[in-house]
Design a protein around this ligand. Structure first.
Ligand code: ZN
Ligand code: ZN
Length: 376
């Protein structure tokens, strides 16, 4: 079948993207679903910083590739061997497919799935297949098994979680990356308890979801740090009890002052090794630093090694919120429906696929949190 998609041919083009058009919106050919695969019509696809990092080359990916990894859609056709999903089911994508058989999957850490992450690095589906071709017959890579910047896509059944069809798709989509990553970092990776102090460095979709998760967990205080006043205002509305503009104050000193020596948990969601050092310095003795952002692969960071021992500090990585997606997506969606996760505040606006390059300009400028491509 034919479908409309946004294809990244070349990384590192200069901004503004509205003029250089790193994403080419074109008609591409999509094969039908193979064994274990599912044809999904995308209803809503979020524009995330990780897509931007592929576009600007700071997170290199095999090209050409159809980006988009945060999405909701409707199953239209299933391949042989798919028994748990049927045409008409509403789904959210997990951007790590979970093979269910490797040592990570069977020990409860599917985000680290060996087979899923190998396929993601290669830009293929879990089976190794690629189902998209452009008009000249060139195969196109899949992005994290999702490739949501296409009206129709093929995904492994291991990438899909069925959801309540009542949830609007432009909200459901945000659970696939921003919400599962941010809320998951709080409740799965850190396991924050009531009354523990939290600082969040960087207030994109993920950082704001950390704020929501900290509120849900009963943390106090919840200190949100960014350099954009609009993001700080939003953080307050989502549950931050204190906000700090890192352009106006030294955030490390300010966090330490507010908490009498530092927070129990500091979250870094910028993807900057310098900010990671700040987050570490903002924790108290015995504190835990959770790193969520994705710095360039060549970046290193350093902290006084002895402080890890003498002050019993911990640094923990959190990928996709250390989630078990089949457990966490349904429970986070239920909390949203019950009014306990203000995910609506993450949503900035809907755009058309043709506006996607300008949409990434707006994201890069920090003017928006989550824009969502709507196809229907
Ligand atoms: Zn696995
Ligand atoms: Zn993302």
């Amino acid at each position: 079948m034919k479908t409309r998609a946004a294809v990244l041919y070349e990384m590192g083009k200069p901004r503004p993207y509205e003029e250089t058009c790193p994403l080419s919106v074109e008609e591409v050919e999509l094969e039908g679903p193979g064994p274990g695969e599912v044809l999904v019509e995308i209803m809503a696809a979020g524009l995330c910083h990780s897509d931007l990092s592929a576009i600007d080359g700071s997170r290199p990916r095999p090209t050409p590739m159809i980006l988009g990894h945060e999405a909701a859609g409707i199953v239209r056709e299933v391949g042989p061997g798919v028994h748990d999903l049927r045409p008409g089911d509403h789904v959210v994508f997990s951007f790590v497919p979970m093979c269910g058989r490797c040592v990570y999957c069977v020990t409860g850490r599917p985000v680290l799935c060996e087979n899923g992450n190998r396929a993601n690095a290669a830009g293929t589906l879990l089976s190794g297949a690629r189902r998209f071709r452009n008009a000249s017959g060139q195969p196109l890579h899949h992005h994290l098994g999702v490739s949501a910047f296409s009206q129709f896509t093929i995904a492994a059944q291991e990438s899909l979680i069925r959801i309540d069809p009542e949830i609007p798709p432009e909200r459901a989509a945000l659970f696939g990356c921003a919400v599962i990553t941010g809320v998951g970092a709080v409740v799965n990776t850190a396991r924050v308890e009531p009354g523990m102090s939290v600082a969040v460095f960087g207030l994109g979709g993920v950082g704001l979801s950390v704020v929501m998760g900290a509120r849900l967990a009963g943390a106090y205080p919840i200190i949100a740090v960014d350099i954009l006043p609009a993001k700080l205002d939003l953080a307050r509305r989502m549950g931050a009890t204190h906000v700090l503009n890192a352009r106006e104050v030294d955030p490390v000193e300010a966090v330490r002052d507010l908490t009498g020596g530092g927070v129990h948990y500091a979250f870094e969601s910028v993807g900057s090794e310098q900010v990671l050092v700040q987050a570490y310095q903002a924790t108290r003795r015995g504190g835990v630093t959770i790193t969520i952002g994705l710095p360039h692969p060549e970046r290193m960071f350093s902290v006084p090694a002895v402080s890890i021992v003498l002050e019993e500090r911990t640094i923990k990585g959190s990928y996709m919120g250390s989630a078990v997606p089949r457990r966490d997506l349904p429970r986070f969606l239920a909390l949203y429906q019950a009014g306990m996760l203000p995910v609506d505040l993450l949503f900035s606006r809907s755009i058309q696929l043709e506006e996607i390059n300008a949409g990434f300009d707006a994201l890069a400028r920090g003017e928006v949190v989550r824009q969502v491509v709507r196809f229907a």
